[in-house]
Design a protein around this ligand. Sequence first.
Ligand SMILES: [Zn+2]
Ligand SMILES: [Zn+2]
Length: 827
Amino acid sequence: MDEKYHPDGIEAKWQRYWEDNKLFRAVEDATREKYYLLEMYPYPSGAIHMGHMRNYSIGDVAARYKMMRGYKVLHPMGWDAFGMPAENAAIESGVHPAKWTYENIETMRCQLKRMGFSYDWEREIATCDPEYYKWEQLFFLKMFERGLAYKKRSLVNWCPGCQTVLANEQVEGGLCWRCESEVTQKELDQWFLKITHYAEELLEYCDELPGWPERVLQMQRNWIGRSEGAEIRFPLENSEEAITVFTTRQDTVFGATFMTLAPEHPLTLEFSKGGPQEREVREFVETVKRQSMAGRTAEDTEKEGVFTGAYCRNPMTGARMPIYSANFVLMEYGTGAVMAVPAHDQRDFEFAKRYDLPIIVVIQPPENPLSADTMTEAYVEEGTLVNSGQFNGMNSVAAREAIVQYLEEKGLGQRSVNYRLRDWGISRQRYWGAPIPIIHCHRCGIQPVREEDLPVVLPRDVEFTGKGGSPLAECREFVETHCPKCGGDARRETDTMDTFVESSWYFDRFTSPQYDEGPLDKEKVDYWMPVDQYIGGIEHAILHLLYSRFFARVLRELGLVKDKEPFTRLLTQGMVIKDGAKMSKSRGNVVDPDYLVSKYGADTARMFCLFASPPEKDLDWSDQGVEGSFRFLNRVWRLVYENHGWIKEAKPYSGRSPSDRDLRILRQKVHKTIKKVGEDIERFHFNTAISAIMELVNALYQFEPEKREDSRGRSLFKEAVEAIVLLLSPFVPHIAEELWESLGKGESIVKTPWPDYDREAVVEEEVLIVIQVDGKVRDKVTVPSSMGEEEIKGVALEREKVRKLTHGKAVQRVIHVPKKLINIVCS
Ligand SMILES: [Zn+2]
Ligand SMILES: [Zn+2]
């Protein structure tokens, strides 16, 4: 054993050892409990960053701990390999996206290996591999068959810079999240997956996920956005038809004075056709189409609209209501038509003021009655109904029920539930993604690719100009094909799938990554799934997790998986912060994990990430913190180095608690630490686990050498040092392996069981301490026998009786007779 701790040699040595001996290979064993630990897989952007390092260090502790606990552990790693950066790189520097991606994977795999994470590398997958995406093409076909995948013309957010469709969450303040171009609207045929089919169930099951952070569940509930209300029909003037609206505030229906339609609503243009408003309406619709959804619905956006020339009637009052088209009404929500109640909806209020439309108060607040003439903003709370016929005097809650009943009786409407959740638009007009397996035939229409013709492989030879649409559409060899039905000339679909499709089932594929008879080997997926612990950033709280839950339901219906919920427990780790801000290239506050590993070693880097803050909190970067972790590992090294010679020879500790008080206290500390570290790891309280180990190390440094001459003392010291090394091993596995070997152990620490604590040893002995003030007995207190003089003094001074007697006096000295008495001398 070297006197000095040299991480580089040690770390390379053990990484090789683990790999050569396949210690992290996951093997199914029905007789043993399984544990599937998964960290969200990375995008191969080119390098591992501190966020990855933190995420994977957290996961590795849990995985290694469970291995030592005797579980069969699956801890895989792979690559979310499709996506725009690869294609942007191709446009900018001419490197093919595949080359760029696989080179990055190569680099990042090396970086991860240098960290010593316990991955089963034999299960590595890259989602851009046709052997992977062919199965999601199969899922698409199955969903198409069942009506769960469909095509529809729809307005999408369009980035003129990237020439692609953006999801709503990729639009930040009206700008493209990637290139910051102003986002516009464009009408395109798009493929959708019908996640709304499962809206109710996805919502209900939020209550069945006790292992998820409540915050994430709440975000999912809000995203699904269930609201109960009513559908109300407003009859059109001079027509048998009616416009149907959805509202959660049917208690305000008497105050509806006009109707607003989304500009995309087909009736908007129809109403104005041939009338004097036609041109104005047409121009308005065109203008709005060019604006982004986010821009249109922002609170401070000017509420604009145009009269369509048509009228409808309020079904309750019979009042005539002009029909407008308004920029803030979206086709996507409800029915695309909104009954406008200006007195009780702020957007309607602003609109009514601007276009001089009537405002009728129908809800009065408990105090300060409203008047339509003097209102400066809408009153949106609940209250008592007025101007509402037979419903006057009711409160809003009772009125909502009474009115919906009335509507149902009269055939004017009915109860209805609405969801905010929209179907998932998966079409991307990009090259670097999984092709959608569809063929367009001008005779037969949309035809699915035959299953036996899968995969539809992404062609390699395409041109990247960065202009126009997808490079795939320009690739004749890809586009030109034959119709699977009539055999005639046909065109392939050139849209590729959203990369969230790949990440919606990769965790299933990890259970049987090389299986080629189907997407999943049933026996293996049934053994490993669901994921017992999933770890990733809060930025994936909604989409990725919701899509994965949706896919689990689809795959279950296809008979491929057995569970509805893919992730039993979820941990969302915090960000890595430096100089008060999230680490990012643009801020220039990035710390390169490679630098850390080269300078201090992987163990120090891991230790810092795990010790500096609890996993779910933000981690504040500090150079001192890194230095501190390194110093601690050196201290552990020295402790073992100075004693390993005789420890190897010492007898293992056995028998009951030692009679010697110091020995007894030390033994108690050892076993309390074992207990605490295990419990803390289970709860992901890694920082407190590490500090408990640090305290035990300190205690051993204070343990006087002469006590070790006694053989029981030596045995106890041996027990303590071995415990420290074992307890540290999930956090800092390389140094732990090396020290374990130096202590004369033959077997890798990975194969060594986690230590059990001695239940008797952790029971705290208590002693009764007599408290004197100036030599007179004033009080008594029971304290743990391990409590030291300073702590006992603190307890004594806090006692009510003692406080009264010492009030205003300075304590001159304290006399302590261990386990018996403490005398506080004031005068
Ligand atoms: Zn862009
Ligand atoms: Zn055909």
